[in-house]
Design a protein around this ligand. Structure first.
Ligand code: GLU
Length: 411
């Protein structure tokens, strides 16, 4: 498997060929400010003690506190977390929110833990990280396989340790403990606002045939929002399998089916397909909304779509980017397409600090404005720079981070 951090650094190098940046600044960005590794001991339900490896990478805080989710996955390792933390720094700059970039994780398959074990593990992560995070220092949030409930355990543990009751140390919490209205669908909705602008720029139809890889918080919400706006989801997958239904999948019915069956495979009226078939079936728009390294040098030639919108982080390798660029298939990069999640997280943080609770309609209106404005800025600049959307988004993010001026050089 490609090392995601190497991919991230290669994206950085490619963008800095389009526009020159100060060498000192680029050197600083080539490694995170800080990497923390922890071992979390848990007494399992069977009485045995297990150790789990956890991480927090604080990549860059020139623009504000480190910000980014915590991933629970069996394949999570320090290279993945470093890449994700780097992308967060750029993403927050693209969305122009006052945050830096960080990311956390635990190497674990949470589906194999009981609820009791999961809670102990989550509280354990916070206990060991409490000295290095905080509302003005580093603000974690959900990512793959972490939920509002997990965030509520974490914020509770943090307040027990520190006495801080602002709840602003963690975002993506349930509404009852200071969560924001609209945080759940925010990544999918933000992605929709971006997609809708790019769709019009490219002259794609009002009703597109769309394929989504992933049916978690991001893919599931995106599928529902796109269907509500008249688009057709013709194929979709979860971690256990993929399905195809050319006349369109009823997403609400699929949600119910998944709740009962624990998977989407064998959904009545659909055909089971492989992950490779999912990615290479003809469609108007392909939306990877799962993990990294899905569109690669191997399958990029076979992809038959008019537009790729990255709701996952890092789903396209640099090698695939080259092939897609040559084939004239635009890619809306993760750091723009999925920035809606961290944007509403930042609204949540702001509400907690000010002791406010905003209405859902106000949250969505603020999100829409940011996503649309930044999409326009990046689109127009890509024409000036005569390059793809990813390289342009990188250039804009780098300019914004550099102009924050705090590059932590020790002379
Ligand atoms: N995990 C999300 C991301 O990759 C959201 C992070 C946050 O809300 O801080 O952007």
């Amino acid at each position: 498997m490609n090392n995601p951090f190497q991919n991230a650094m290669s994206q950085l190098e490619r963008a800095t060929k389009i526009k020159k940046f100060d060498e000192k600044f680029l050197k600083i960005l080539s490694q995170p400010n800080r990497e923390i590794r922890i071992s979390i001991p848990i007494t399992m339900d069977n009485g045995k003690t297990e150790l789990f490896e956890g991480y927090r990478v604080q990549y860059n805080n020139a623009r504000g506190p480190y910000k980014g989710g915590i991933r629970y996955h069996q394949d999570t390792d320090i290279n993945e977390v470093k890449a994700l933390a780097f992308w967060m720094a750029l993403k927050c700059a693209v969305a122009n929110i006052p945050m830096g970039g960080g990311k956390g994780g635990i190497t674990v398959n949470p589906k194999l833990l009981s609820k009791n074990e999961l809670e102990k593990l989550s509280r354990g992560w916070i206990k060991l990280m409490a000295p290095v995070i905080g509302p003005k220092v580093d603000v974690p949030a959900p990512d793959v396989n972490t939920t509002p409930e997990i965030m509520s355990w974490m914020v509770d543990e943090y307040s027990k340790i520190t006495g801080d009751k602002t709840n602003a140390v963690i975002t993506g919490k349930p509404i009852a403990v200071g969560g924001s209205e609209g945080r759940g669908p925010a990544t999918g909705l933000g992605g929709f606002y971006v997609f809708d602008i790019i769709r019009q720029k490219l002259g794609l139809p009002e009703s597109c045939d769309i394929i989504i890889q992933g049916f978690g918080n991001v893919g599931g919400n995106a599928a529902e929002i796109l269907t509500d706006h008249g688009h057709k989801i013709i194929a979709i997958s979860d971690s256990k399998g993929a399905i195809l239904k050319e006349d369109g999948i009823d997403i609400k019915a699929l949600n119910e089916y998944k709740k009962t069956n624990g998977q989407i495979a064998n959904f009545p009226g659909s055909k089971n397909i492989t992950n490779e078939e999912l990615l290479t079936t003809p469609c108007d728009v392909l939306i990877p909304a799962a993990l990294e390294n899905q569109i690669t040098g191997k399958n990029a030639k076979e992809i038959k779509t008019q537009l790729i919108v990255e709701l996952a982080n890092g789903p396209t390798t640099p090698e695939a980017d080259d092939i897609l660029f040559e084939r004239n298939i635009p890619v809306v990069p993760d750091i723009l397409a999925n920035a809606g999640g961290v944007t509403v997280s930042t609204f949540e943080w702001e509400q907690n600090i000010k002791g406010e609770h905003w209405k859902e309609e106000d949250v969505f209106a603020k999100l829409k404005k940011i996503m649309e404005e930044e999409t326009e800025i990046i689109w127009n600049r890509s024409k000036e720079l005569n390059t793809d959307i990813r390289r342009t988004a990188f250039v804009i993010a780098l300019e914004r981070i550099e102009s924050a001026g705090l590059v932590h050089v020790i002379d």
